[in-house]
Design a protein around this ligand. Structure first.
Ligand SMILES: Cc1cc2nc3c(=O)[nH]c(=O)nc-3n(C[C@H](O)[C@H](O)[C@H](O)COP(=O)(O)OP(=O)(O)OC[C@H]3O[C@@H](n4cnc5c(N)ncnc54)[C@H](O)[C@@H]3O)c2cc1C
Ligand SMILES: *[C@@H]1O[C@H](CO)[C@@H](O)[C@H](O)[C@H]1NC(C)=O
Ligand SMILES: *[C@@H]1O[C@H](CO)[C@@H](O)[C@H](O)[C@H]1NC(C)=O
Ligand SMILES: *[C@@H]1O[C@H](CO)[C@@H](O)[C@H](O)[C@H]1NC(C)=O
Ligand SMILES: *[C@@H]1O[C@H](CO)[C@@H](O)[C@H](O)[C@H]1NC(C)=O
Ligand SMILES: *[C@@H]1O[C@H](CO)[C@@H](O)[C@H](O)[C@H]1NC(C)=O
Ligand SMILES: *[C@@H]1O[C@H](CO)[C@@H](O)[C@H](O)[C@H]1NC(C)=O
Ligand SMILES: *[C@@H]1O[C@H](CO)[C@@H](O)[C@H](O)[C@H]1NC(C)=O
Ligand SMILES: *[C@@H]1O[C@H](CO)[C@@H](O)[C@H](O)[C@H]1NC(C)=O
Ligand SMILES: *[C@@H]1O[C@H](CO)[C@@H](O)[C@H](O)[C@H]1NC(C)=O
Ligand SMILES: *[C@@H]1O[C@H](CO)[C@@H](O)[C@H](O)[C@H]1NC(C)=O
Length: 609
């Protein structure tokens, strides 16, 4: 039978033939481009799309991963978790042993596909509060990063679209806070049994106040999620920015090729310059190079951007010597000060059968629902797994503030986050064979632990040493404890009385503060526990700040406020690694804001249209 699959394959092939998407260096029309962008992730695709708006400007993007087109597990929002942590569209990374977690090693997911982690993430769209960006402006000495000055850039990134199944969300967003950009953002299309309960609790609560729109600049409170979903499908940077730009003759994209280092070229303005980019399809293949006439833009993400800088000799001279790499620019902050949000799962059994548990448990139901999504782009798989989020502040009189200065950016940012999922959240562990659950994840969104990315070897195909350093500080442990207790208080409010039965799992069994803290840190030494994911502390996969911005002339930091690498000419970094401080929100919207402003800065510097 000639089914839809054959037709789809033919359509994909036809589309690729006319697009400037290559898999082999031999297909490139030339070896010199105005700009070479490394990484077609959340940020890289924005820059590629914006720069090629000028037809005179030629751009090559080099991406290690594969094409996103036609991969249902990437496109169907509900399937977001199914590629984690190790698959053909991820980097298969793990953290270094975490000292505060009894040396456990945690999976560290990153997208290795067009769209990068925006093709893999859970699609929660949160700009974060105005305080976050005003702090960036303060930390960089550049008012251009202040919230009020970023308005054109966040409006340029996204626009609100109706939910796929036409649910009525009047009164749950502020139209004026939404923009006109290509990333489509929508509220849930398939109302879950949690939605009204979440909103009802919030509307009656001082501790967990209802937030009518997280995009307004005030990030504190609780709401249903706004997700990067349009027409029932994931709206990644590949779908929103790259695909529509591929028809431009001045945009070239080489996939399935990994950048191995930058090669030094003739100095410009007396500064070291790296306009030659080396890459290869795999470790045993011959390396090739291309050259940028104007600039190289490094958008390989928080884990790989420092890796590529270090492989090019840009970093701490002493550390580079240890792995046998010759120093080209002594820039000791490369790979330092990484931050990430630790998260864990709090499970509760519920009295309703109306959760998503059966969809992942019963193959016939799963197949029928997937079929509905494939054919009509409707039904329960049009929504991401999570349905609501909240950003909550610790009270001002919280005992931790006797010891620690408040690490939040300001009063409109939360300290911890709650995330609601209408099932036993399919993290990296299997769900129980029977039963119905709600999961409330708790995450610390103002962590004070600092981690790092270092080289394990001079071989670019050896994974770097990635250390988020979770729970290294008293503050982070305290905030997680308060988050777990906050989740329990939320679950005990009136709207949940007929619904939640009891706490479940190892975390659920913990009663006292000491027991909760111990369960959170866990004494079991393992990558993950196959039957009880309550034992898992995993990251929410928001690493940032490993090549952070600092003021012009500052000795710390890696890039200036215009994102140019300090002491180097013609090399910019545009991705989550430049955040001067991690934002107390999900990170993709802030990455988009950085990339939109970066594109404007580059266009201005090179007089592009
Ligand atoms: C599982 C998961 C869930 C998440 N959930 C959310 C969420 O719900 N909401 C949210 O806002 N954020 C979420 N995030 C975070 C968000 O997706 C990231 O912060 C964002 O995508 C980072 O953008 P980036 O451009 O810095 O890096 P990326 O999007 O990761 O892009 C980097 C790109 O560079 C490529 N690359 C790396 N090294 C090389 C090399 N040597 N040569 C060539 N190419 C290379 C990579 O393959 C990748 O395509 C999640 C992330 C993950 C992994
Ligand atoms: C990750 O593992 C999958 C199989 O589990 C494999 O297909 C893929 O090539 C691996 N990716 C990398 C970068 O090692
Ligand atoms: C940043 O904030 C601090 C404390 O409020 C202030 O002293 C400093 O001048 C600010 N720096 C800049 C560049 O605005
Ligand atoms: C949508 O909801 C709003 C507010 O609850 C209500 O006023 C409006 O009538 C609803 N619209 C439709 C079409 O049901
Ligand atoms: C590496 O890439 C080369 C060139 O594309 C290819 O011929 C070879 O089969 C690849 N090797 C592996 C191990 O994938
Ligand atoms: C560079 O690395 C060395 C060795 O790890 C360390 O001792 C030194 O403090 C680092 N230099 C700076 C400026 O951070
Ligand atoms: C849930 O399903 C079980 C088994 O089919 C049934 O016995 C039970 O009554 C159902 N509960 C509710 C609340 O519908
Ligand atoms: C579900 O679909 C898969 C893949 O198409 C198939 O192998 C399996 O038999 C189906 N299961 C059921 C119960 O329909
Ligand atoms: C798709 O939608 C049509 C029209 O509503 C419906 O008849 C059909 O059954 C749907 N197909 C699937 C697979 O759900
Ligand atoms: C903080 O203040 C609130 C209300 O004023 C009070 O109920 C609470 O006990 C105080 N907490 C601490 C730790 O002092
Ligand atoms: C503050 O520090 C003291 C002394 O190190 C410690 O005993 C106390 O537990 C800390 N307070 C909090 C709230 O962590």
């Amino acid at each position: 039978m000639f089914g839809a699959g054959v037709l789809a394959t033919a359509l994909v092939a036809a589309r690729l033939a006319s697009a400037a998407l290559y898999t082999d260096v031999k297909q490139l029309p030339t070896s010199t481009f105005d700009f070479v962008i490394i990484g077609a992730g959340a940020a890289g695709n924005v820059v590629a799309s914006r720069l090629t708006e000028d037809p005179q400007c030629s751009v090559l993007v080099i991406e290690a991963g594969v094409n996103n087109v036609g991969i249902d597990s990437v496109a169907a929002p509900f399937l977001a978790g199914t590629n984690l942590p190790f698959s053909s569209v991820t980097w298969n990374y793990s953290t270094t042993p975490q000292a505060s977690l009894n040396n456990r090693v945690l999976p560290y997911s990153r997208g290795r596909v067009l769209g990068g982690s925006s093709s893999l993430n859970f699609m929660v769209y949160t700009r974060g509060s105005d305080d976050e960006y005003n702090r960036w402006a303060n930390l960089t000495g550049d008012e251009g990063w202040a919230w009020k000055n970023l308005e054109p850039f966040y409006f340029r990134n996204s626009r609100l679209v109706p939910p796929a199944d036409g649910a009525n969300f009047t009164g749950q967003f502020i139209p004026a806070d939404h923009g006109h950009g290509p990333v489509e953002v929508s509220l849930p299309s398939f109302p879950s049994v949690l939605d009204d309960r979440i909103v009802d609790t919030a509307k009656a609560s001082a501790e967990f106040p209802f937030n009518i729109d997280f995009q307004s600049g005030d990030s504190v409170g609780v709401a249903l999620i706004q997700a990067t979903v349009g027409g029932g499908q994931r709206s990644s940077s590949a779908v929103a920015y790259l695909e529509p730009s591929l028809k431009r003759p001045n945009l070239h994209v080489l996939i399935e090729n990994t950048v191995t280092r930058l090669i030094q070229t003739a100095p410009v303005d007396g500064k070291p310059t790296f306009k030659k980019v080396e890459f290869a399809p795999n470790a045993s293949a011959k390396r090739s190079t291309v050259t940028a006439r104007n600039e190289v833009v490094l958008s390989a993400g928080t884990l790989n951007t420092p890796q590529i800088l270090l492989l090019s000799g840009i970093g701490n001279k002493t550390e580079l010597a240890k792995v046998g790499i010759k120093s080209t620019v002594d820039l000791p902050d490369v790979g330092e000060h990484m931050q990430d949000h630790p998260i864990l799962s709090n499970y509760f059994t519920v009295s309703s059968n109306n959760t998503m548990d059966d969809f992942t448990r019963e193959p016939a139901l799963f197949n029928a629902t997937l079929q509905q999504w494939i054919v009509n782009k409707t039904g329960p798989f049009t929504d991401p797994p999570a349905t609501g989020v909240g950003f909550i502040r610790l009270p001002d009189n919280s005992s931790i503030f006797q010891n620690v200065t408040d690490p939040s950016a300001g009063p409109r940012s939360g300290h911890y986050e709650l995330v609601w999922t209408n099932s036993f959240a399919p993290d990296v562990a299997s769900q129980p064979a029977t039963g119905h659950f709600v999961t409330i994840h708790t995450a610390v969104v103002t962590p004070t632990s600092l981690g790092s990315v270092k080289l394990a070897s001079s071989d670019p195909f050896t994974f770097p040493l990635m250390n988020p350093n979770f729970f290294a500080t008293e503050f982070d442990r305290f905030a997680m404890l308060e988050g777990v207790k906050g989740a329990r208080r939320f679950a005990a409010t009136a709207p949940w009385q007929d619904f939640i039965v009891e706490r479940f799992g190892v975390m659920g069994a913990a009663e006292t503060d000491d027991e909760i803290s111990a369960a959170a840190l866990d004494s079991v030494v393992t990558i993950w526990h196959p039957t009880s994911s309550a034992r898992i502390v995993l990251t929410i996969w928001h690493p940032t700040s490993s090549a952070r911005m600092s003021p012009k002339g500052a000795r710390h930091g890696v890039v200036d406020p215009d994102l140019l690498v300090k002491g180097v000419a013609g090399l910019r970094v545009v991705d989550a690694s430049v955040f001067p401080a991690i934002t107390a929100c999900h990170t993709v919207a802030p990455v988009y804001i950085v990339a939109e402003r970066a594109s404007a800065l580059i266009k201005e510097a090179w007089y592009l249209k």
